[in-house]
Design a protein around this ligand. Structure first.
Ligand SMILES: [Zn+2]
Length: 142
């Protein structure tokens, strides 16, 4: 899910385009902004998830160590007892800009929506679609 070690996967991930205006892309990520943004990804994907930035809490709930080189990761629960609302952990030590956060949110939300896509081209096309929809949502009058 979060194994972005493969160079092709890294490349596809890095090519995801955030809909944020240029002057916002490099702004730091604070938890309030991240939570609002995560809700938008949840809204456009139709998939609920809990955002977790406390990696120790995530590890204790999921029963799996959080690998420190992972920017983000999702946890669906054991096969026999899937969580109604999956967890999405985000490592704010690695995800430091809003542009990076957008990419990570899109990437992980994509895994929740189309888990069978893995890291194929189609997977990143879906992630980009989610980003584009979040951009439209952000631009829509409240
Ligand atoms: Zn992935």
């Amino acid at each position: 899910m979060a194994d972005r070690a493969h160079p092709v996967t890294e490349q596809r991930h890095a090519a995801l385009r955030s809909p944020l205006p240029e002057h916002e892309r490099d702004l730091p990520v604070d938890v309030h902004w991240l939570r609002r943004r995560a809700k938008m990804f949840s809204a456009v994907s139709g998939r609920e998830f809990h955002l977790v930035t406390d990696l120790a809490a995530y590890a204790s709930v999921s029963g799996m160590p959080y690998l420190s080189h992972y920017a983000a990761q999702v946890y669906l629960g054991p096969k026999s007892a899937r969580l109604k609302v999956p967890l999405m952990a985000m490592n704010l030590g690695l995800v430091t800009t809003r542009e990076e956060a957008d990419r990570a949110l899109a990437h992980e939300t994509m895994h929740l929506v189309v888990p069978s896509y893995g890291h194929k081209t189609a997977a990143f096309a879906r992630a980009q679609l989610l980003l584009d929809k979040v951009g439209q949502l952000a631009a829509a009058p409240a």
